[in-house]
Design a binder for this molecule. Sequence first.
Ligand SMILES: NC(=O)c1ccc[n+]([C@@H]2O[C@H](COP(=O)([O-])OP(=O)(O)OC[C@H]3O[C@@H](n4cnc5c(N)ncnc54)[C@H](OP(=O)(O)O)[C@@H]3O)[C@@H](O)[C@H]2O)c1
Length: 321
Amino acid sequence: MENQSGKTALITGASSGIGFELTRCFARDNYQVIMVAHFPEKLQEAARQIQQEFPNVLAHTIAVDLSKDNAPDKLFEEVQQHGWQLDVLVNNAGFGEYGPFSESDWAKESAMIHLNVISLVHLTKLFLTGMLNRNNGKILQLGSVASFMPAPLQSVYGATKAFILSFSEALQEELKDTDVTVTVLCPPATDTNFFRVAGAENSKMVQDGSMASAEEVAAGGYEALMKGDARAVPTFKAKMEVAQANILPDSVVASMMHKQSEEKKPKKTAGKKESTKASAESLAMAETETGTKKKASAKSGKAETSGTEAAAKKKNSKKKD
Ligand SMILES: NC(=O)c1ccc[n+]([C@@H]2O[C@H](COP(=O)([O-])OP(=O)(O)OC[C@H]3O[C@@H](n4cnc5c(N)ncnc54)[C@H](OP(=O)(O)O)[C@@H]3O)[C@@H](O)[C@H]2O)c1
């Protein structure tokens, strides 16, 4: 195996969904890929799939909980120790939390702010210096259509995505005379593990809406990244949503988003109840966006609260109500 393109991309949240599909885009172009995510087993499985599909590509894995304060430093040090020089940084790892703010889970929201905002900014700072010294590099930040509008029932999540857009647009201006580019990918609702982790599977947005595929979202983001575009809003529907948010008053958009995000009464289907003992890791492993459904790995063993873990706890507590 060799790094045929001579280029290296680090992708956070590469174990499923949009991050996994972005990893496939890089692998297809013979990048050496450094795949980062929280749960090691799921990450290894994703890397194995990449390796199987692209046997000539070097796929490395680093498992780290990026919602922790010192995690970006640790990740940066590990990359330095291996002597890897990044041509591309993809800040994709992220999750949401669904529900009225007065009732939502602070532990999960705090971890979300750390992951979606603090880690993203910190990793950008750590890797940007090297890119600027070489006057070469590309950074892809995962925003959302929610970057452009208030997101009732996902208020904190929406705010993290608005932050990412604002931060990245300021950076684009600061870097405009360099060959380092920053691109913001703003997907619409996309069919990944996201809504399950957020606890939003029963929202009208999911139940009634048509979702984009992770593959088409990643393809749009990758193309924009390679061109050095400022922004990618994949799919016609997403472009319409952003245009609408730009035209209508925020209060009107907020009201529309609220209605879309409300919970749709779940159908009572006997025999389809999930086990209340489902562990966080089984939730993470049960259905990955890498295609096939997998058996849950059964044991968790982690004491920290991450998005996926908190999602499992919330699900279980809801069932008790
Ligand atoms: N799906 C949508 O509708 C949508 C729309 C707009 C924007 N986005 C954004 O797209 C990005 C990717 O989400 P997705 O839809 O592909 O969801 P996903 O399938 O749940 O993927 C999330 C990825 O982030 C990783 N991750 C989560 N918490 C982490 C942590 N604490 N430390 C390290 N890695 C962590 C996950 O790995 P583990 O399983 O190991 O935790 C997984 O690889 C997110 O930033 C999300 O906000 C999604």
